[in-house]
Write a new protein. Structure first.
Length: 479
């Protein structure tokens, strides 16, 4: 069942119950009030009749008490003709005998207990489809009981009540139809935004991730619409990220396949030559050297790939690292290669303590310095410094071939090489800067690259969090 029909059914049920209860209470109250009014009128009428009859009997009692019983019917008839309405009747009993009745041969109802009790009584009865109020009053006349009974026809009140109940039922049915129609219209207007949101949700579930809800009301439905849009934005962004991840994975596999193909082709070719051809010792050594260099290149590529997978899938344990010890360890490792290339390395590190993995950080600076070596010409100079301020910055600067702005934005992509021929001749695979970027991201460090073609490159690595009161000697030993 649709929500709007549930709303309609619930509201109609509540309205019907409310009208029924209200009508019942109102009809009951009206019936009570009308009955009380009729009783009051009947009692008043009986009092007047009693007063007039008793007053008329005073003269008879004073003059001739013996004729009282004979005069009482005439007095009762005169009072009945002069005072009673057309809907009232009078019964007079004297000494427990009915001596007058406006209806020939009729007696008062037997329900009354006619005693000498002087209290006034009334009784409401139904007879022949009509409703009557009987009121009796008793008094002592000449030591005998005089009962004056009046009967008032209140059938009109019953008819009026029945008509009121009929009219109320008709009114209730009409009001239910009108209220049902209004509730249906209101519920349709209230649920229309939900139907629109349901349509958008179905569209979204079928793969249209760009669809959005345009409901902008200030109620809970508007809030739900806003939350749906926020959810849709998040889902779309996540799907874009997944698609980009899949694309990068496919590109990674393609690039890795391409990169591994070149050294493998060289290795297979030279190995086949050594296997199948008798070469002079010099050519044999040369071929073996090519196989060795390409093998080292494959080894370096495998090592970098392992580090990348480890960093992306694992959590790096971090410890305090002394910047001077880290810088000196990097220099000790890279200096022979730089000097072999005919370059000069200047270095200086201010003392501080950062948090990280010393082995991975060494990999970062060795890769950056090695790239600076490859980009520099013989006789050039490379500087490697560490500066402490509110943060700690490692700066590597060379005066080599430089990097274009387009290459700077891509230099940290996997398998990307600025100068492919130069990198391959040096045994590179385009994974070094990707590994550097991944390690620095894990350490929450910032990498800034400034470069101009033909002038050189400056790379600044900034660590925001410094540690104070640490033992530098212990950290030196760890590095």
């Amino acid at each position: 069942m649709k929500f709007r029909y549930k709303v309609l059914l619930i509201n109609i049920t509540i309205i019907a119950i409310a009208l029924s209860v209200a009508g019942f209470l109102m009809m009951s109250r009206q019936n009570t009030l009308m009955t009380e009014a009729q009783i009051k009128n009947a009692v008043t009428e009986n009092n007047l009749v009693q007063s007039v009859i008793e007053y008329s009997l005073l003269d008879i009692i004073n003059n001739d008490p013996s004729s009282l019983e004979y005069a009482l019917p005439d007095i009762s008839e005169q009072v009945s003709a002069g005072m009673l309405s057309d809907t009232s009747d009078l019964y007079v009993r004297y000494d427990f005998k009915t001596i007058f009745s406006t209806e020939e041969g009729q007696k008062p109802p037997v329900n009354f207990s006619f005693t000498s009790n002087l209290q006034k009584k009334y009784l409401i009865t139904e007879s022949d489809g009509k409703m009557y109020i009987y009121v009796t009053s008793s008094s002592k006349v000449d030591d005998k009981t005089l009962n004056i009974i009046t009967r008032r026809d209140i059938s009109d009140m019953k008819l009026l009540m029945n008509k009121s109940i009929h009219d109320f039922r008709l009114f209730t049915v009409i009001m239910l139809f009108i209220s049902g129609f209004l509730v249906y219209i209101i519920s349709m207007l209230l649920t229309r935004p939900l139907e629109k949101l349901n349509t958008v949700t179905d569209d979204f579930s079928q793969g249209n991730f760009t669809t959005r809800s345009d409901i902008h009301s200030g109620d809970e439905i508007g809030l739900l619409s806003d939350k749906f849009n926020h959810m849709a934005d998040a889902v779309e962004d996540h799907i874009d990220e997944l698609n980009d991840m899949v694309h990068r994975r496919d590109q990674f596999v393609a690039d890795f396949t391409h990169e591994i193909k070149t050294p493998m082709t060289t290795i297979i070719g030279y190995a086949d030559t050594i296997r199948s051809v008798d070469l002079p010792r010099e050519d044999e050594v040369k071929a073996a050297s090519y196989i060795f260099s390409e093998g080292r290149r494959l080894e370096q590529m495998s090592s970098h790939l392992f580090d990348l997978i480890y960093l992306k899938d694992g959590e790096i344990p971090k410890q305090p690292v002394n910047t001077q010890a880290l810088g000196n360890a990097v220099v000790d490792t890279i200096l022979p290669a730089i000097e072999a290339a005919g370059l000069k390395l200047t270095y200086n590190f201010e003392n501080a303590t950062i948090t990280g993995d010393s082995s991975l950080l060494k990999t970062v600076f060795i890769n950056i310095l090695d790239n600076a070596r490859k980009a520099s010409s013989e006789g050039g100079e490379i500087s490697f410094t560490g500066i402490k301020t509110d943060t700690y910055q490692f700066i590597v600067e060379d005066h080599g071939i430089g990097i274009s702005e387009e290459d700077i934005s891509k230099i940290c992509d996997e398998f990307y090489m600025v100068d492919k021929s130069r990198s391959r001749s040096e045994g590179g695979a385009g994974l070094g800067m990707s590994l550097v970027s991944t390690i620095l991201n894990e350490h929450k460090a910032d990498l800034k690259i400034e470069s101009k073609l033909g002038e050189g490159t400056k790379m600044t690595i900034t660590f925001d969090q410094l540690i104070t009161n640490s033992s530098d000697e212990e950290m030196d030993d760890e590095i």
